[in-house]
Design a binder for this molecule. Structure first.
Ligand code: PLP
Length: 429
């Protein structure tokens, strides 16, 4: 899709007048007035055709299979021959197929799934279920974690996202990440659930260790509380395993899926839960409804996504690309040690750690200017998230490495023209 520069200016004006004047002002200020036009595989091109970016943001995993994946599009088109959204109250062939497929790919008795249209909605439902099932109200999350901007999901998050909306909901408590003692002190007989991302992305691709994850599992179990694992970003092969939590040898009570389940084409999320928890919905089958959740057409797409992502050859490919990054990044860190501190990685869930917040934030702009979309982590801005599509090939890995090299080389220049205060209003959430 292409338009002239004049038409692009008109689109920006319409967006400013009818969608968000603040976003237009922010992107104008930083010279990042990119409008997605053509898109394919790992690339997105500005609507004028003038600039192409390799996508290492991928909306946090929405584009795991690349942009406009042909197999996913084919599934969508085929699905339109038969399906529409369906009726969310009735028994559905598609929701039965999709839930059964997910159950078959999950360990243990994670046999049930209820579908939604956003990750926040799926997290909200996980919390409703935890409270409804246990009859308790306390929900513990980690500081700097992120589970969405909707009701209960927002209540689990940091104050900066909640502050304009008044006091937080009662019962929500945060503890520091990887602090077993703090978790132990917080989890008690009033606790309905502890919720955590497998790899907290907004906290800067913060990778937990097995001891911590196992401790959370044990502590919750000991107190009769549930463990909710948010796999919205880490699911579908991102970490080199189909589900990120598989790295830590734990069985959660509830798993939240989102983003990648859409194939980048049709919104679909799921709250997956263990068999005993279904007791709550058996008694209250209409306690939670979502008109578009579990669209029958969308299920066709999601089934294709699961088929592709669970293929052992696909996961093997993710691990090969991850190994290539693991070998190519350390020399870059050595070369740019004034700016770069370290590298965080679990499969293709990666983060570049800079020596300070300023460089982490400026890198987003420098990367954009050299043709790469990589956004800093809002809750630890020293880190730039590196989430390429999982379908990238060796040549793309080399291209990304070259762009990182170039962008970091320019940080001195960017430091001179932008102050940290410029970025305090935050480029992107
Ligand atoms: C880990 C995690 N959980 C939940 C969400 C919320 O998903 P959504 O934006 O689809 O509501 C996000 C979104 O970025 C996320 O990264």
């Amino acid at each position: 899709m292409r338009v002239t520069k004049k038409e692009k200016r008109r689109i920006i004006e319409d967006f400013k007048k009818h969608v968000s004047s603040g976003k237009v002002a922010t992107f104008r200020k930083y010279g990042m007035q990119f409008i997605m036009g053509d898109r394919s595989g790992p690339y997105i091109t500005d609507i004028t055709g003038e600039k192409t970016l390799i996508n290492c943001h991928c909306n946090g995993g929405v584009f795991n299979l690349g942009h406009r994946n042909p197999q996913v599009i084919e599934a969508l088109i085929n699905g339109t021959q038969t399906f529409d959204i369906g009726n969310h109250h009735l028994i559905s062939i598609q929701r039965a197929r999709l839930a059964k497929k997910i159950a078959g790919l999950m360990p243990g008795d994670l046999d049930y799934a209820v579908f939604g249209v956003s990750g926040g909605e799926a997290v909200d439902l996980a919390i409703k279920l935890a409270r409804g099932y246990t009859g308790r109200h306390k929900i513990i999350s980690i500081k700097g974690g992120y589970h969405g901007h909707t009701g209960f999901a927002l209540a689990t998050g940091d104050e900066q996202y909640r502050a304009p909306f008044g006091p937080n909901l009662p019962g929500f408590v945060q503890v520091p990440f990887k602090d077993i003692q703090a978790a132990q002190e917080a989890i008690d007989e009033q606790t309905a659930a502890f919720i955590i991302e497998t790899v907290p992305a907004t906290l800067g691709i913060a990778i937990p260790d097995t001891q911590y994850m196992k401790a959370l599992r044990q502590l919750t179990q000991d107190k009769g509380a549930l463990l909710i694992i948010d796999e919205v970003q880490t699911g579908f092969g991102r970490t080199g395993r189909l589900w990120g939590f598989e790295h830590f040898d734990i069985l959660p009570d509830i798993v939240v899926l989102g983003k990648g389940l859409s194939g980048g084409i049709y919104p679909m999320t799921a709250t997956v839960f263990r068999r005993p928890l279904e007791d709550f919905f058996r008694k209250n089958p209409f306690i939670h409804v979502s008109t578009f959740g579990g669209s029958e057409l969308g299920a066709e797409v999601a089934l294709k996504v699961l088929e592709i992502s669970s293929d052992p050859a696909f996961l093997e490919h993710v691990n090969q690309m991850a190994d290539l990054f693991a070998s190519l990044i350390p020399p870059l860190i050595e070369k740019h040690k004034h700016y770069l501190d370290s590298f965080r990685q679990l499969g293709l869930m990666m983060g570049l750690v800079f020596n300070n917040e300023k460089y982490g934030v400026l890198f987003s702009k420098a990367a954009y200017d050299v043709g790469m979309l990589s956004i800093y982590a809002n809750n630890d801005q020293r880190i730039s998230q590196l989430l390429p599509p999982l379908i990238i090939e060796e040549k793309h890995v080399h291209e990304i490495i070259e762009k990182i090299d170039l962008a970091v080389s320019r940080l001195k220049y960017y430091s001179a023209i932008y102050t940290v205060a410029d970025f305090i209003r935050r480029l992107l959430p």
